[in-house]
Design a protein around this ligand. Structure first.
Ligand SMILES: C[S@@+](CC[C@H](N)C(=O)[O-])C[C@H]1O[C@@H](n2cnc3c(N)ncnc32)[C@H](O)[C@@H]1O
Length: 302
């Protein structure tokens, strides 16, 4: 019987499959090579994200594992998200569990994650512990990244979606961060609306749903058929959640505390004005992506 080497099989699949996958702009880490490698690792029983799969040599596959690989490739060609097939997504270098219960963490959200880690670390120069809230946490990626990179943080992550909170709890255990992170379910701040949290939080982060309802109905089916609509729909103008966030956040912020939230590409100036109009924040600072779009707004409590 002829046996095919790992290298030959990979080369053969690469040439056969070029142009058979659709790749979305907001998942820049997904290419033909990273997709094949991530499916390969999954079929070998070693699930890895597209990013991680690029970092290690491919294991040899037996006949059954090759069958599994071909099935995964077929599912991916039907636009099932790669992260749902592998059960993994990488966020800021951290491997996370991922499935249809919550939004697949996007590369663009690392702008907010990196800024949140940096600000929380700056705060620890002045305080022994930094209290952080991640509102609209989804899989828990933002709050978990802060805790992962800053062991002096104490983080609560919350989401309206019970499913998302369950996944966030699994990620807390997966990363062994139970001593630093707690997940709670509730509408915006409702899970923490208790006296002991008032004016106690140093940093509140949020990646809210910010897409207008009209645009949500036109999203690519790889997104709309597989990710929760609650993660995207920000109402008629995309601002429904962020307006509530801006009015409720000050009650929880400690003196000198900060808020930080992601905005859609093109929404930056408008969101800066919304933030100013509340008259509750100072030092409102835009954070831009590498092509100059405002993607994050950081502001301090007045
Ligand atoms: C854009 S996703 C962000 C998920 C995750 N933080 C991330 O960065 O990948 C928005 C999240 O907001 C949650 N959400 C929507 N409305 C909410 C509300 N009223 N209160 C709390 N969470 C809400 C959704 O369930 C979803 O998980």
């Amino acid at each position: 019987m002829n046996t095919i080497t790992t290298e030959d099989l990979f080369t053969e699949l690469t040439s056969e499959l070029s142009d058979t996958f659709q790749f979305l702009e907001d998942k820049p880490e997904e290419t033909l090579e990273s997709t094949l490698k991530a499916c390969w690792f999954k079929s070998a029983g070693i699930p890895k994200s597209a990013i991680k799969a690029m970092e290690e040599p491919l294991p040899a596959l037996d006949e059954n594992q090759i069958k599994v690989l071909l099935q995964l490739i077929g599912q991916r060609q039907k636009n099932i998200p790669l992260a749902h097939l592998t059960g993994r997504q990488n966020f800021m270098g951290i491997e996370l569990l991922c499935d249809k219960r919550a939004l697949i963490p996007r590369k663009e959200t690392e702008i907010l994650g990196k800024k949140a880690v940096a600000i929380s670390q700056e705060m620890t120069f002045r305080k022994s512990a930094v209290y952080v809230l991640d509102i609209c946490c989804g899989a828990g990626n933002l709050g978990l990244a802060v805790a992962f990179y800053n062991s002096k943080s104490k983080v609560i992550v919350t989401d309206l979606s019970h499913d998302a909170v369950e996944l966030a709890k699994e990620n807390i255990c997966f990363l062994k961060l139970n001593h630093l992170v707690k997940a709670m379910q509730g509408d915006l701040f409702s899970a923490v609306d208790q006296h002991r949290f008032y004016e106690k939080i140093d940093l509140i982060i949020c990646n809210p749903p910010y897409i207008s309802t009209a645009k949500v109905t036109k999203m690519n089916t790889e997104i709309s058929a597989h990710e929760p609509v609650l993660a995207f729909d920000g109402g008629m103008f995309g601002t429904k959640i962020i307006q509530r966030f801006l009015s409720e956040a000050p009650k929880f912020l400690a003196k000198g505390g900060s808020i930080m939230f992601e905005v859609g590409s093109g929404q930056g100036e408008f969101m800066m004005r919304l933030c100013e109009e509340t008259d509750r924040f100072i030092d409102i600072e835009p954070v831009k992506d590498n092509i100059g779009n405002i993607r994050v707004i950081h502001a301090k409590k007045k």
